[in-house]
Design a binder for this molecule. Sequence first.
Ligand code: PLP
Length: 372
Amino acid sequence: MQPFLPFTRPSIDADSIAAVGDVLRSGQLASGPKVQAFEAALAVYLGGNRQVRVMTSATAGLEMALEVAGIGAGDEVIVPAMSFAASANVVARLRATPKFVDIDLYTRNINVEQIRAAMTAKTRAIMPVHFAGLPVDMDGIYGLAKEQGLRVIEDAAHAIGSRFQDKPIGSFGDLVVFSFHPNKNMTSIEGGAISTADPQAAQLFEQYRFHGIKRNIAGEIDVMFPGAKSNLSDIAAQVGIDQLRRLDGFNARRRHLAGRYFEEFAGYSGVVLPARGDSGHSWHMFQVLIDFRARGMTRPAFQKIMHDRGIGIGVHYPSIPSLKYYQELGYRDEDTPVAARVGRETVTLPLFPAMSDEDVVRVCRELRAVLK
Ligand SMILES: Cc1ncc(COP(=O)(O)O)c(C=O)c1O
């Protein structure tokens, strides 16, 4: 039997492990020079004219981005109905209201044409999610935001290394938030980053992530507001520095493997394939839809059979309005029917840089056999 193939696995090399050893021996473990170096490297990667600040997760970053944008009780934020729950949870945690907009069946991205109908006098921001690494139509989003005076908080958790019209996601735009969770295209174990053009916002992020503390020129501290405690460690930052160096190589490999999936599935009608996008797609995940109802099979049963055949299958994600907390608030899954369908039918196939082309062939062969 061939080794088990998980749906994702980070690639950490020996150099990175050695570099972490050096940080551990240095005695400087919490936020220090490695955090600064990681932020500087990310700023260079994003073209050199942005401020980048890192924190312990994209969730922490999204929450502070919303706060810095002034979002709070009574405000509404446009969120796609298909995303990880964090995209809406951060809005709810600030006592603001997520307004869910449906997605496109193939891109799995927010349907930009439907945003206007979801806007009210209380709408303050749009939160596009570059789903699975495929950039949202940013001309459409920023055009609407400008016209309506809205902030844009890009949930770019899936999109480090993605490009829109050949510009890196995070190299332009309002507040752009990345995730470096181990499942993402690069990792800092846990971690996230915000990219902004505004140095004052960047200073505020430093305060939000560390108790609201500001130092005066003499180095004395003061507390400006009750901030969070979500600063990154130097150990995590060292991992991030090494991963960033390898990111473009990782993403090239992901694009190649995604291309192999399209070849293997050519002419097969058992699954709905995702949109192919262009070379700006970073292929954080490769997801197909399977009509489990029509097949009289449940998704967990499918996952179990594939698992028994040596293949890990993920689910990313149930639609947000279908989740208990949002149901209890009165949201209805039927109001965003495409997201509801994707939420029921989506499965994530293995895709990570260390996979071989033969692994793709094996996944497709097993999937076809199970669905026959
Ligand atoms: C779309 C999206 N937004 C936000 C997050 C939160 O990222 P983190 O785990 O870094 O907080 C995730 C994590 O999977 C995500 O998929």
